[in-house]
Design a protein around this ligand. Sequence first.
Ligand code: NAP
Ligand code: GDD
Length: 363
Amino acid sequence: MKTALITGVTGQDGSFLAELLLEKGYDVHGTIRRSSVDFRERIAHLEGKPNFHLHYADLGDSMSIIQVLNKVKPDEVYNLAAQSHVQVSFDSPEFTADVDATGVLRLLEGIRQCGLADKCRFYQASTSELYGKVEEVPQNEDTPFHPYSPYAVAKLYGFWIVKEYREAYNMYACSGILFNHESERRGETFVTRKITLAAARIAQGKQEKLYLGNLSSLRDWGYAKDYVECMWQILQQEKPEDFVIASGEQHSVRDFCLLAFRRAGIELEFKGEGIDEKGIDKNTGRILIEVSKDFYRPTDVVNLWGDPSKAKRQLGWNPNEKTSFEQLVNIMVDADMAKVAVERAGEQVRTNLEEYLEKGIVK
Ligand code: NAP
Ligand code: GDD
């Protein structure tokens, strides 16, 4: 039985990867951080399984990393932990650098210090944000990097330190340069999830309006569950190499809104430009989406489009056989429609109960 260690197991990708590795018969260990509210929603269904284990560790704390590496002695390490929000990296640049740049070094050096460099394979969650202010469209493994946020600059260090440890110490260490991937488990402040949750709430009368930033920003979006398969595949190759993983399609934030609201039963049309652009309900004329400067970034990456030819060729991973853009939007909206419906039902039960208590019908 192989042993895997996943940092960031409580995150979107970590939870899907843990499921995949458990299915493949791995002994799966994940790192979690101490917090005053225990947020383990994404992995709650895995806790208690005999081959699933959790350990406290923080990428900012070498001692916790060494301790967990020594205890688990993993065959494969998947470093998914990160301060992963680009906009937040402008507010917390130092923390982002510590976790997303130096944190990668701490793990790699920890593997060496624990004498695991020959045995342990290492996957680094790298990102299309490295292409940033893009110098070529679409982007592949040879496209020059031009990071355009504190997050991307930190991740660029992570990318290069992985390459350095591969070359200097002959470690099996690789980066997956993943384009945006989303799911029903996506954090609620990333644009796709923000849109699907708002569409569900607006459709069910729980929210008036959605405020967004740059509607023209272009992304190459895929489904996270499909993308974690590649992380595993990248570590099963004969030689360690880096791969671009992408859908090979590009859509705007505006396109995402149109499809998401349609799935929630609302036909939208956009009118106006820039900060004055509005998303309007075609049937009622109500303004449902407005643009707010608050969601603009000091520097924004606006033209991501991946070329996954190498992954197709070498890994046999073909995005055309995976979840399509429209299917992705539908999965996310359907999940949020159900979530909002359950919340509403809960509220109704509470209201009824209060009324019955007041009237003395129940005591
Ligand atoms: P996510 O949902 O934000 O999950 C991030 C994980 O990192 C969480 O488990 C979080 O723990 C953990 N973490 C944060 N700071 C940490 C620290 N100091 N020490 C230990 N753990 C820490 O992100 P994701 O979407 O799953 O992405 C996974 C990785 O892929 C990230 O490295 C991200 O930068 C990268 N990536 C993502 C995409 C994408 O589109 N999703 C694309 C390219 C690359 P808490 O739960 O305690 O916060
Ligand atoms: N979050 C957010 N909120 N983004 C908005 C909004 C809004 O209200 N309005 C427009 N956008 C635009 C952003 O300006 C950006 O151009 C685009 O939507 C996508 O933003 P996010 O969903 O926050 O994702 P991201 O592309 O910045 O970063 C994600 O993908 C990277 C891979 O390219 C994260 O998962 C990163 O961790 C990952 O590396």
